[in-house]
Design a protein. Structure first.
Length: 405
């Protein structure tokens, strides 16, 4: 009994503390910062998954994702700030992003998805992933009852494919799109602008958790957590009400094995309430809510990756899944480029928004730095936040659409 308790304590500590260590490494060592905390946590999780661990870890692997995602969604959405000064550009970027993802997912599903188990659900998850990154993919995974094993496989493949996506952009993709758009393939910047970019990057990379354990920081943690719990309770109640209105079997409403469909409306309610509260002045004062939510995603990423058994990747058996994912990422990028050109969006805004949609805002600074374009940083982060907002809706609707094809 004591051994079991001890194992739970140190395993919980591991999942909670390791992300903090990774964030410290990313701030201290540029090479780690370029790789990014999510990818490093995936790598650590893969190591954990393939070494002997106490049996208690399996219980935590089931509990942590279930808790982290409902808490992270509203926390991160509380931190969304939609700037009216860029409204026209953002509308064009998000419209282009949604259209390109929809076309890529439908095309990929018709080519590869129909032969995959839960192919429509996977298509829905990819639609969310390609508009909001990890958060939306994880939320839709819960909402559509995609199995843990399938999600882990997709996440593992996604890391590899996104590596090639970044290699393409950094090795020549940025210059290629600038050339195709008829823009300078290299931006000429003054020393003053270069210094401004440096300062902007420094601000983005600054420790967002500094001062969190001060009196004011702890007070904000309490307020954010209390607000989030209220949102979760309200969202759960509204989802249950939706089930009652539409005549669902309420006894099994939350039991996916018996046809329960609680999670889909629950995730959408969390998203809707989170967006609504982001416009409320008291919630706007939660300047740490986004970072708190992101830390929960880091814990989630480590927990999910710790379930991946590398000896069971089954690459040959999952070629259709790999092809579907690759098609979704690269084809959506090129369709996005075509539509943005038609919408008269500049090349850098197109590229940075693609990165924000497909990989989420934490990856934006790396590309903005490669572009040496300070304005693209703000554009990319704002686009990514809007992607968070629409991704869950798009993913669940896409899954329903694919079932009709």
């Amino acid at each position: 009994m004591l051994l079991t308790i001890f194992n739970y304590v140190w395993l919980i500590a591991m999942f909670c503390v390791v992300p903090a260590g990774v964030l410290w490494l990313c701030r201290k060592y540029p090479i780690c910062d370029k790789i990014g905390p999510v990818m490093i946590l995936y790598a650590i999780g893969l190591v954990i998954a393939n070494i002997p661990m106490p049996a208690e870890i399996k219980t935590l692997q089931g509990i942590i994702p279930t808790i982290m995602i409902p808490l992270a969604i509203p926390m991160m959405l509380f931190g969304c700030t939609f700037k009216t000064s860029e409204l026209s550009l953002q509308v064009r970027l998000v419209t282009s992003g949604v259209i390109s993802v929809c076309l890529a997912i439908v095309g990929g599903y018709l080519l590869f998805g129909e032969g995959i188990h839960q192919g429509a659900e996977i298509g829905g998850m990819l639609a969310g992933k390609c508009t909001g990154g990890t958060l939306n993919a994880a939320a839709i995974k819960e909402g559509l009852h995609i199995s843990d094993s399938t999600y882990i496989l997709l996440t593992t493949y996604d890391i590899v494919i996104c590596f090639f996506y970044f290699v393409f952009l950094l090795a020549g993709g940025i210059r290629l799109f600038r050339w195709l758009y008829g823009e300078k393939t290299r931006l000429d910047i003054s020393d003053e602008d270069a210094e401004a970019i440096k300062e902007e990057m420094k601000a983005v990379k600054a420790n967002p958790y500094k001062g969190l354990w001060s009196k004011a920081g702890l007070k904000q943690i309490g307020l954010v957590l209390a607000t989030t719990i209220v949102v979760v309770i309200v969202a759960a109640g509204m989802s249950y009400l939706i089930g009652w209105i539409f005549g669902a079997d309420l006894a099994n409403f939350m039991n996916e094995k018996k046809g329960g469909w609680f999670m889909a409306p629950f995730i959408l309610m969390l998203t809707t309430i989170g967006i609504g509260l982001s416009f409320w002045k008291p919630v706007k004062k939660f300047d740490k809510s986004y970072d708190l939510g992101m830390y929960l995603i880091y814990i989630f990423s480590l927990a999910i990756a710790s379930m991946a058994d590398l000896s069971n990747l089954q690459i040959m058996e999952n070629l259709n899944m790999i092809a579907f994912l690759t098609f979704a990422i690269f084809v959506s990028l090129f369709i996005h480029a075509i539509i943005c050109r038609f919408f008269k969006v500049n090349a850098d805004s197109m590229v940075i928004s693609s990165v924000a949609f497909i990989n989420s805002p934490p990856f934006v600074p790396m590309i903005a730095n490669a572009m040496k374009n300070r304005a693209a940083l703000v554009t990319g982060i704002t686009a990514g936040l809007m992607g968070y907002a629409v991704g869950n809706y798009l993913g669940i609707l896409m899954a329903k659409l694919l079932h009709l094809l």
